[in-house]
Design a protein around this ligand. Structure first.
Ligand code: HGY
Ligand code: MN
Ligand code: MN
Ligand code: MN
Length: 415
């Protein structure tokens, strides 16, 4: 069941709950397709509407707005300067995504700033809210494009050449959206401004439910990556080609799907084929080619590598029996992330003790952690469901998250 909007009325007696709901409703209306969820892809008209919302939120608060060289959006409380305390997340989504993955962190960031201003907090360093471009990589295949470019992990030429399913390059998509792809790349000035980054995010599992806690801090992110697996066969007529004469790429693909499940299970890892393109995609034709994308994750990098190796071997063995050729290409990878214990402990202490827990989901915070002190706050997810329209958090827990984020920003920026 889709849950784009938390329960709780806009005229809730708790002013923060009411403000959360009003801010949330304006954002939740952008790009929602009811039961089909959100399709908020980078540099599309929906993304531009989300970006407009961000800019409007900055203007409402009199915060200085800027878009950096890599398309990330910033709103500043105070003059932009090195050493700022930065918070935020992303506004894009997976295909058929929920409302919370990303947006909860951006909305909470703006409302935490409001909280601090209302209580008369005086920051001794600037505070910024950020919206990172293209976190999910739903359109161009690589996740966390904005933060990877900012930190130099993704080369600008490689980024510009990324293509979506229609063959449109990232450079072309940016140009069509009125953004300049020519300036992409590691941005020393923007990086130096980030003294500390704190990303609030809905939890994407039921760890906090099990711990009976509304919020927690992230301890680690599993290493993970994406591989494109192409099965080259031969198109032919479904009604006249004898089974023995076929080179059907669908068969070794099916074997690869089953192998992924088997191998991941044996290794305590996760493997998913969630995206497939069949060519030419006709009911009465044997496919000429199947493109399938493998998402692999495990507690350590060696296991990820071993798992993908075994899935590849199983795919090749199955392909050989059908006259099919397999190609497996790594499209992106994210190393293991261990969030710094010092910052994590400081945050947990500020919040009066909250649990720390690892996640298998990737985040811009994971990318930034290699460059600057970084931490994450998780908000409880009652069902654990994410990357689905059913993703959801209760309004009370969202308010707890905002209050916690405000306390963390105050501790980091106001003393
Ligand atoms: O896929 C992920 O882990 C993330 O949500 N980008
Ligand atoms: Mn996500
Ligand atoms: Mn996210
Ligand atoms: Mn015919």
């Amino acid at each position: 069941r889709p849950r784009p909007v938390p329960d709780g009325a806009p005229d809730h007696p708790d002013p923060l709950a009411a403000r959360f709901r009003r801010t949330w409703d304006a954002l939740a209306a952008i790009g929602g397709e009811g039961a089909a969820g959100y399709h908020r892809f980078a540099w599309t008209p929906v993304d531009l509407a989300l970006r407009g919302w961000f800019q409007e939120q900055a203007a409402l608060r009199g915060m200085a707005y800027e878009r950096d060289r890599n398309g990330n959006q910033w709103a500043w409380w105070g003059t932009p300067a090195p050493g700022a305390v930065v918070t935020g997340s992303h506004l894009d989504s997976v295909p058929g995504g929920g409302a919370f993955d990303g947006p909860l962190g951006v909305v909470s960031a703006f409302l935490a700033v409001d909280e601090l201003r209302e209580r008369g907090a005086v920051p001794s360093r600037p505070i910024a809210v950020v919206n990172f471009a293209d976190e999910e990589g739903a359109r161009f295949g690589v996740a966390c494009v904005g933060s990877r470019l900012l930190t130099g992990i993704l080369a600008p030429d490689d980024a510009r050449a990324l293509r979506d399913g229609d063959g449109v390059t990232l450079a072309e998509a940016m140009l069509a959206a009125g953004a300049d792809p020519g300036a992409l790349g590691r941005d020393e000035e923007a990086l130096a401004r980030i003294g500390t980054f704190v990303e609030l995010h809905i939890e994407q599992g039921r760890g906090l439910v099990g711990l009976d806690a509304p919020i927690g801090v992230a301890s680690a992110i599993w290493p993970h990556g994406r591989w494109r697996c192409t099965f080259h066969g031969e198109a032919d007529h479904a009604g006249t080609t004898r089974l023995a004469d076929r080179r059907d790429p669908m068969l070794p693909f099916a074997s690869a799907v089953l192998a992924a499940r088997q191998v991941a299970g044996e290794m305590g890892a996760l493997a998913t084929f969630g995206k497939v393109r069949v060519h030419p995609n006709g009911t009465n034709a044997i496919p000429s080619r199947v493109d399938a994308w493998l998402d692999g994750r495990a507690p350590d990098a060696a296991t990820v590598g071993k798992m993908v190796g075994e899935i590849t071997a199983a795919a090749e063995a199955a392909a050989a029996g059908h006259g099919v050729r397999v190609e497996v290409v790594a499209e992106s990878s994210s190393p293991v992330v261990e969030f710094g214990v010092e910052l994590r402990d400081r945050i947990a202490a500020t919040l009066g003790g909250v649990p720390a827990l690892p996640t298998g989901a990737g985040h811009d915070a994971g990318i930034l952690s290699a460059a600057v002190p970084t931490a994450m706050l998780f908000v409880r997810n009652p069902t654990g469901v994410s990357h689905s329209p059913a993703e959801h958090a209760t309004p009370d827990d969202c308010v707890t998250g905002i209050t916690a984020l405000a306390a963390v920003l105050e501790d980091l920026a106001c003393r």
